[in-house]
Design a protein. Structure first.
Length: 319
């Protein structure tokens, strides 16, 4: 750019800015159906005319900045499912418009895409509006590019750096991560919390197993004479097994009922650690209950089996 052309470029910039401002001011307070108004079958709507004018202004501004570029794309936007539900609950989305300030009739919505979690997996997807980066490049200072590559990630990164350097050697490429790295980073704290919780849960399960085993074993040793008398009067070994294991199951069932009441309250404290399930998920509670009862039966079976082998004569002679 030479010094002689600088005043011309400044005038062009000023002209483009004035046209954009005056055009927006004319549209202020326009009726809702103004954008789709058509004077005849072969005429353009105001939105199509404005789109063409916008392309012209973009071209003029690109000339003023020394990077001539012509955009023929009609300005439009795409919204996420969360945005569609928030802005138009229960209604159609296409042919709707979203305005970013009072000076425009809004840009048409041409489609809906799936939600994406921008912050973390623990928060609900927020409404998102997608605009053309090419048309609104001056609104953004950085760009996040998602690339699907083959082979090792390091090779893909090298290719990206070479391509970016070929476009503009001054553009930096930074904070390069794989999608797995992003997911792992988002769930790192939750996974640590759940790992610690799992370790304590396993320790509690072992203590409960040892506790049930100890209580049933002590009960069997204290009731050895009673068991011997039952066997002498005709009780079968299966009867003795059923008696002792049943007592252990009743003890476990009582503990499970108390534990369920406590878990229903305690799960509120770990709600933010759960992904994809509710804090009172029936399947999870059902598996835990069945697991605890199974552990209790196994812990009761060993002393029950020893009780079923009691010699009636020795048991009745014991003090």
């Amino acid at each position: 750019m030479n010094a002689a052309s600088e005043p011309s470029r400044q005038l062009l910039r000023h002209t483009v800015a004035t046209l954009a401002y005056r055009g927006g001011k004319v549209l202020r307070g326009a009726p809702d159906n103004f954008a789709s108004f058509r004077a005849g079958e072969t005429t353009r709507t105001p939105s199509q005319i404005l789109a063409h004018i916008g392309d012209l202004l973009e071209w003029a501004l690109s000339q003023a900045t020394g990077h001539e570029q012509w955009n023929e794309a009609t300005p439009s936007i795409v919204v996420s499912e969360a945005a569609a539900k928030a802005f138009w609950p229960g209604g159609t989305v296409t042919d709707r418009r979203i305005g970013f300030n009072v000076d425009t009739v809004g840009l048409p919505v041409v489609g809906v895409v799936n939600d994406s979690r921008q912050a973390s997996l623990a928060t609900a997807p927020a409404p998102v509006i997608y605009v053309s980066m090419r048309r609104y490049v001056r609104l953004f200072h950085t760009m996040t590019v998602v690339v699907r590559g083959r082979g090792e990630a390091a090779g893909t990164v090298r290719t990206l750096r070479d391509v970016l350097h070929g476009i503009d050697p001054n553009l930096p490429l930074y904070n390069v991560q794989t999608l797995q790295d992003i997911v792992d980073g988002s769930t790192a704290q939750a996974r640590l919390n759940m790992t610690l919780l799992g370790v304590f849960a396993i320790a509690a399960l072992l203590l409960a197993t040892l506790g049930i085993y100890g209580v049933i074993s002590y009960s069997v040793s204290e009731r050895e004479q009673e068991i011997g008398i039952r066997v002498a009067l005709g009780a079968q070994r299966m009867d003795v097994l059923r008696l002792i294991v049943g007592e252990g199951a009743a003890l476990a069932l009582t503990g499970v009922l108390i534990g369920l009441a406590g878990a229903a309250f305690a799960t509120r404290l770990i709600q933010s650690w759960l992904f994809g399930i509710g804090r009172t998920d029936p399947a999870t509670f059902g598996v835990v209950v069945l697991g605890m009862i199974a552990v209790a039966l196994v812990a009761s079976y060993v002393p029950a089996r020893r009780a079923a082998r009691v010699d009636p004569l020795r048991a009745m002679r014991a003090d």
